[in-house]
Design a protein around this ligand. Structure first.
Ligand code: AQP
Length: 333
């Protein structure tokens, strides 16, 4: 069976982009793939995290996976730090990955910003750890949002170079699964910026902890332009905010953006925003409520992670052993 690996960082403010670009797709792939879904806490600490919040956020991402419908009995949910083989394979990959590849990564440039000299070495080698996460399970497919495409290309390069360097066909060349109407949800405050957890404005994103009133307020305040909605997606040119809101509606309703415009084209934003609010509350409300219910039972959430870590470890160990043998590490134990 084809195997999926994907992950979300426990960095708080889980938002609509994470849901439509990743988590909802995770749940939808369960019947066709063997799925391993990780809470990537080791990735999270590439930027400083408050330790108590990191723990709470790890449970929150786990609860959201479950609330979104991922079946932790049929598939695996765990947090990365509990399977040490991730760090072990990441070191081998640090030695396979070329500096030139890392220097091209736009996420590092965006996150390090102007203070590149102050960024952690971990942030720089983040893509090598991500390659290790995926290849540790010989995953064949990786569902992600559009922003992770470049990192997945690097994963393919690492797999190819490792196989060539050691003359063994150990790793598969992974395929990204970037699909759905909303592969890149944009900020509600600026249609040119990705919706993101770290945006200082809470009004830029809809999160799972937002109730109906907050969702309504955020959509009401969402940036628009003075013209009515276009009649088709051809009219999105130069109108990123209109494109974003229509795309969000389409994704939530599971229809195309042109279908949405067949109903709302020519209308003012105000009416459309009311409809979008109702739809967002209808679709996100139950997931948010279930997530909060699960968060009230941390022992249960932890038991899911513990079971998942044990099952993930059982798959990962033999693969790491194969890698260590290929590299030439002398096994004396
Ligand atoms: N705006 C988005 N639209 C669609 N998909 C998105 N993803 C993130 N933002 C959007 C997808 O969500 C998954 C998990 O992301 P992550 O938590 O690992 O890291 P991220 O991409 O760094 O998330 P953020 O929200 O953008 O955080 P910050 O603010 O730290 O940069 C991934 O599959 C991602 O593609």
């Amino acid at each position: 069976m084809k195997r999926i690996f994907s992950g979300v960082q426990p960095t708080g403010n889980l938002h609509l982009g994470n849901y439509l670009g990743a988590i909802r797709n995770f749940a939808r792939l369960q019947d066709d793939y063997e799925c391993i879904y990780c809470v990537v806490d080791m990735h999270a600490i590439t930027m400083w995290q408050d330790p108590a919040e990191l723990q709470a956020n790890t449970r929150e991402v786990t609860a959201t996976y479950l609330a979104a419908g991922i079946d932790a009995k049929r598939h695996i949910i765990f947090n990365q730090s509990q399977v040490p083989a991730h760090a072990e394979l990441a070191w081998v990959f640090n030695c396979v990955t070329r500096l030139g590849w890392l220097n091209r990564m736009t996420q590092f440039k965006d996150k390090a910003g102007k203070h590149r000299e102050n960024a952690s070495a971990g942030l720089y080698v983040y893509p090598a750890l991500m390659a290790a996460d995926i290849l540790l399970y010989k995953a064949t497919h990786v569902p992600v949002g559009e922003d992770q495409k470049q990192h997945l290309e690097l994963t393919r390069d690492v797999a190819q170079k490792f196989n060539n360097d050691f003359g063994k066909d150990i790793f598969p060349i992974v395929e990204p699964l970037i699909y759905g109407e909303a592969t890149r949800v944009m900020s509600l405050r600026d249609g040119a910026k990705k919706m993101s957890k770290s945006d200082p404005s809470d009004y830029s994103r809809i999160t799972f902890t937002d109730g109906p009133d907050e969702i309504a307020q955020k959509i009401r305040k969402a940036k628009t332009d003075p013209q009515p909605l276009p009649d088709s997606t051809d009219g999105f040119e130069g109108r990123p905010e209109a494109a974003n809101l229509i795309t969000i509606y389409a994704a939530l309703a599971d229809i195309t953006a042109d279908d949405v415009l067949a109903d709302y084209g020519g209308q003012q934003f105000s009416d459309f925003k009311k409809a979008l609010t109702d739809l967002a509350v209808e679709k996100l409300g139950p997931v948010g409520q279930e997530m909060q219910r699960l968060m009230a039972d941390p022992a249960y959430v932890d038991s899911i992670l513990k079971d998942g870590a044990e099952r993930a470890e059982a798959i990962a160990r033999p693969i790491l052993k194969e890698v260590y043998e290929a590299v030439g590490f002398l096994n004396v134990r």
